[in-house]
Design a protein around this ligand. Structure first.
Ligand SMILES: [Zn+2]
Length: 99
């Protein structure tokens, strides 16, 4: 049973549970807060307060990425990776912001 209908067979990623923590909060335990799911995009979260986004991508792709690498934004713009998050749901969480 899947929670979301998948339009492509290629993606095996699935997030379950509450939204991921904001990257800023991960580094500052006293300021822990969760990001919120971004409307219209699967497996993408945003934090309005810090203008950062998170996206779950497959772990293999993520293993070749590192902080400050360019990263395509969910909306097609140019982004930059601010950090690599947890491995979860068959993938890895990538934190990024607009370039
Ligand atoms: Zn935040």
């Amino acid at each position: 049973m899947t929670e979301h209908e998948s339009t492509t067979a290629s993606s095996a990623l699935a997030w379950s549970g509450p939204s991921p923590y904001c990257e800023i909060g991960r580094n500052h335990p006293r300021d822990r807060h969760r990001m919120k799911a971004l409307d219209g995009y699967d497996l993408v979260w945003s934090c309005d307060r810090h203008s950062v986004f998170a996206k779950l991508i497959d772990a293999e792709t993520a293993s070749s990425l590192k902080r400050n690498d360019p990263f395509p934004m969910h909306d097609g713009g140019e982004g930059i990776i601010t950090g690599i998050g947890d491995e979860r749901g068959g993938g890895t969480l990538i934190y990024y912001r607009a370039k």
